[in-house]
Ligand binder design. Structure first.
Ligand code: NAD
Length: 410
């Protein structure tokens, strides 16, 4: 089937473009969405209603989103063929229109098949995985003061041990590489080792830290913390820290100051660093001292989930994968196949990812409205089953009813 027969671009609306390094957002931007597999069928319609209502509430008829459905996962396979879980025209649309949103996707099972999410990140060079973590009053949490944690994690998304360069124990490649290391570099590995490579580059580390610093400056946040394990891995993790400080010094000298300098910030952004294990402690013991965390890939993966769990919201945590002038906003949980189509799941993660997207467009009023509505709806104890079962005296709402409650609270 020809591409145009499957994808139907909206008749109204205009693409988002770039001028210099800034997005130019028309009043009716075309925004592609991927509904997602499993509970995506429940979450997406609910989320779309809330986002549209917030935009209308804030801007009347002056602004609106021209939604454009593109396909990935099972919906793509049913339209394009079994081997087409991520059609190239979907990737092309995400690239062309710059800002998009997606529900969760099933990772196809099989040798050699990479996760669709990883493929999207790599193909579009979405180098920063951004996860804001904050508590909503009323959400059950395992800590005494969940309200003290309010951080945005910028996790490097393209390299580190996640680059996927590894060889199985006993493979010809591993044996050859082990022999080379032993003979040429005097680095003997235990016999029969599996080998993985941890590449970390100046360019990719710097662009991640640059994005984290820009985020903090734009929002007038107090600090950016470089999280690393440089005491052990000096030339990878340690270099990440050094490159991070270099970016601050070379590109943001007037707006930043290092914690180590001992100078008073005087309105400047403080750049500091913490060793990863200490950062996990600090997130629990002194969360209020951190606002933006910039991390390499692996540590950021762990830290994002640990922080999200701390505010009780692993199932509600929003996320985005961002590159230069391009962003894919997404629910951070999976497809929860057991609940698919039952209209019971929590659309919170996708809706809050949508709020991040509105903020990325510069539509901050609408983003704030969604977050406030989320706050008041949860505070009123009108929630979906996952939260209801952990709260006393809460009213259990369906996914669609929760969206309606949010819209009433806008
Ligand atoms: P999952 O997130 O789907 O489910 C884990 C648990 O959380 C389940 O008990 C589920 O019922 C619950 N849950 C998840 N989202 C919820 C919501 N919105 N409301 C209420 N409860 C919710 O993780 P899994 O079971 O490990 O993975 C299922 C599938 O999802 C796999 O194919 C996996 O590859 C995929 N996955 C996709 C993404 C993504 O697209 N970003 C992320 C993780 C997993």
């Amino acid at each position: 089937m020809s591409a145009s027969a499957i994808l139907k671009e909206p008749k109204q609306g205009e693409p988002i473009t770039m001028k210099g390094d800034r997005l130019q957002v028309p009043s009716k931007p075309i925004i592609p969405f991927i509904e997602g597999d499993g509970i995506g069928v429940d979450l997406w319609p609910a989320s779309r209603r809330v986002l549209d209502a917030a935009v209308e509430k804030c801007y009347g008829k002056k602004k609106a989103i021209a939604w454009y459905e593109v396909f990935a996962g099972e919906k793509a396979q049913s339209r394009y063929g079994a081997d087409q879980a991520l059609p190239s025209e979907t990737l092309d649309a995400l690239k062309k229109y710059r800002v998009s949103i997606k529900g969760p996707l099933t990772t196809p099972v099989g040798k050699g098949i990479r996760s669709l999410n990883v493929t999207i990140r790599q193909k579009l060079d979405l180098y920063a995985c951004v996860r804001p973590v904050r508590w909503f009053e009323g959400v059950p949490s395992p800590v005494k003061h969940p309200e003290k944690l309010n951080v945005t994690i910028y996790r490097e998304n393209t390299e580190d041990v996640y680059a996927g360069i590894e060889w199985a124990a006993g493979s010809h490649e591993a044996e050859q590489l082990a022999a080379y290391l032993k003979d040429k570099l005097n680095a003997a590995l235990p016999e029969g080792s599996a080998i993985g490579i941890k590449p970390m580059s100046s360019k990719n580390s710097k662009r991640l830290v640059r994005a984290a610093i820009r985020h903090a400056l734009l929002r007038k946040l107090p600090s950016v913390t470089l999280v690393h394990k440089g005491n052990i891995m000096k030339y990878t993790e340690g270099a990440f820290k050094d490159w991070g400080y270099e970016v601050a010094k070379d590109e943001f000298a007037k707006q930043t100051v290092t914690e180590a300098s001992g100078e008073a910030p005087n309105g400047r952004l403080v750049i500091k660093d913490r060793i990863a294990d200490s950062m996990f402690q600090q997130a629990l013991l002194r969360p209020e001292e951190y606002s933006v965390l910039a991390t390499p890939n692996l540590n950021g993966d762990y830290l994002s989930d640990a922080c999200a769990a701390q505010v009780g919201g692993l199932g509600m945590a929003p996320g985005a994968n961002i590159g230069d002038g391009i962003g894919v906003f997404e629910a951070t949980h999976g497809t929860a196949p057991k609940y698919a189509g039952q209209d019971v799941s929590n659309p919170g993660s996708l809706i809050l990812s949508g709020a991040m997207m509105l903020e990325y467009l510069g539509w901050t009023e609408a983003a704030d409205a969604v977050i406030k509505a989320m706050s008041s709806t949860i505070k009123a104890k009108t929630v979906t089953y996952d939260l209801e079962r952990q709260m006393t005296g809460a009213q259990k709402l369906k996914c669609s009813e929760f969206a309606s409650a949010l819209i009433r609270n806008l």
